[in-house]
Ligand binder design. Structure first.
Ligand SMILES: Cc1ncc(COP(=O)(O)O)c(C=O)c1O
Length: 473
């Protein structure tokens, strides 16, 4: 084949070759160049946003399965039957992990935020079915540690969210505060298993009892824990009960694209009763087009993530997931032990694969963060909360961290001293700097320091305008 597309393999169809401006290979080369700056999760250098099994075979299998169903649309399962079969099987697995009761049902979504939105939607519709649509806006009560997607869903759905304190030390929802916040328009409590900032599991049993007593619903956000807590428990770890075995838990979100080790785009929302799922299904059979029946917020969407998730689940099974949970626990004890030797302590009870660690001095902690980032490790930096937590680093642990634990600890040893200079430079830039430049080049550390100088309203407005600028390019 000649012409501009000759390098593409497989060759482009002849009718396309005249109109393409770049040969396929050079398009892909450009994409590769664009993504060169992105960190590679398989290296084990990321301790946030990523859940990495560190298994090349598993990765290739997921990619191949993903590619196979890339063009399958989950919009209509009567046409694309494969998507329905995959969803049924994976929901079944999720329900089993969540201690599912016979009547429980579920839906595959594209992520935790979407699952949580459906949990709130079900609760809102339950409230309106009891009180009528003219009742005051329904209210959700949750500890401050609950993921912001709960607030986002409340914002989208016209609901109110009351955030209540957690117990300093245990970092779990304070039951009295939850009870006090419940009023006549409260329909839903939310607990986390675990929460992201501190990795602790809320007192689900107590909250479920409270919810049952008050005749309201309880959602457990197990987006992080759903696919790993049962396997940790099978290995002998003590795990606070969080699933449907707890009477009073009415819905559960759990993400397969976290500790299910599958590419992004797969989460589940599970409901104890089918009535709640029915509340979330949008139906329009009266418009002039196709029968519009949506179980999720999104409508058309590729079945590729679901196919990858199914393949990963088939490959790993309970045994594989348990082995990976064991690797996470081993990485956790090595890293906790190594960092304890450098003066770090956990600011919360260690109950999950998430760690929140700090140093006795704030200066040292910030210098450490600057230094370890400069050495190419990606960690979370969490800001202080008065009366609850100092500045701390967040680590989401994955199986791959077992392999890199010693290197990480070694680099951590040098990081505080190396970071002091970087921190000093950042402080100078903060004093003089262009905020946009600072935030894009200084990352989390610059953002955290900047936040200290602003009140929350100012910070939110600034964030919105900066984001518009950043995406404008
Ligand atoms: C506890 C918890 N819930 C929900 C979510 C939202 O998940 P997603 O990013 O898949 O929408 C996250 C994301 O980190 C989380 O940590």
């Amino acid at each position: 084949m000649t012409g501009p597309c000759h390098g593409f393999n497989p060759p482009l169809a002849p009718h396309l070759s005249g109109c393409c401006l770049l040969a396929g290979d050079s398009i892909l080369a450009e994409l590769s160049l664009l993504s060169q700056g992105d960190p590679d999760p398989s290296t084990g250098r990321l301790f946030t946003y990523i859940y990495e099994a560190g298994d090349d075979g598993l990765r290739r299998l997921a990619e191949e399965a993903y590619r196979m169903l890339l063009h399958t649309n989950m919009l209509d399962p009567t046409v694309f039957k494969s998507a329905l079969a995959l969803e049924r099987e994976l929901v079944g697995y999720a329900l089993r992990l969540a201690g599912g009761v016979d009547e429980a049902v579920g839906t595959a979504t594209y992520g935790g935020t979407e699952s949580i939105a459906l949990a709130l939607l079900a609760a809102r519709e339950e409230y309106y079915s009891r009180h009528g649509r003219s009742a005051p806006a329904p209210k959700v009560v949750a500890p401050v540690t609950v993921h912001p997607s709960v607030g986002k869903a409340a914002w989208l759905l016209g609901m109110r969210l009351a955030r209540v304190p957690v117990e300093p030390g245990s970092m779990k929802a304070r039951l009295e505060a939850v009870a006090e916040a419940i009023d006549g328009s409260t329909i839903l409590l939310v607990a986390s298993a675990p929460n992201f900032p501190y990795g602790t599991i809320d007192p689900v049993r107590d909250m479920a009892e409270l919810a049952s007593d008050r005749g309201i619903l309880l959602h457990v956000d197990a987006c992080i824990g759903g696919f790993i807590l049962p396997h940790m428990e099978a290995l002998g770890e003590p795990v606070e009960p969080w699933g449907f075995q707890v009477e009073g838990v009415t819905s559960i979100s759990m993400d397969m694209h976290k500790y299910g080790y599958t590419p992004k785009g797969v989460s589940f929302i599970l409901f104890r009763e089918s009535r709640l799922k029915e509340h979330t299904i949008y139906v329009d059979l009266s418009w002039p087009g196709y029968p519009f029946i949506n179980t999720t917020l999104l409508s058309s969407r590729s079945a590729a993530p679901l196919a990858a998730a199914w393949a990963v689940y088939k490959y790993l099974g309970d045994e594989g997931y348990r082995r990976l949970a064991g690797m996470v626990l081993d990485a956790r004890s090595r890293i906790l032990g190594g960092l304890a030797g450098l003066g770090f302590r956990s600011i919360a009870p260690v109950e999950s694969p998430l760690l929140a660690l700090t140093l006795p001095s704030q200066e040292d902690l910030l210098a450490y963060y600057a230094g370890i980032t400069a050495r190419g490790w990606v960690l979370g930096l969490q800001t202080p909360v008065k009366g609850l937590a100092p500045y701390n680093i967040h680590l989401t642990l994955s199986p791959v961290h077992q392999r890199v634990a010693e290197d990480f600890i070694e680099d951590s040893r040098a990081a505080i001293e190396e970071g002091r200079m970087i921190l000093a430079r950042l402080e100078e830039e903060l004093a003089s700097g262009d905020v946009l430049q600072l935030v894009t080049s200084g990352g989390s550390l610059a953002i955290a320091r900047l936040l200290e100088t602003l009140d929350p309203g100012e910070a939110e407005a600034l964030a919105r305008s900066l984001v518009v600028e950043v995406y404008r390019g």
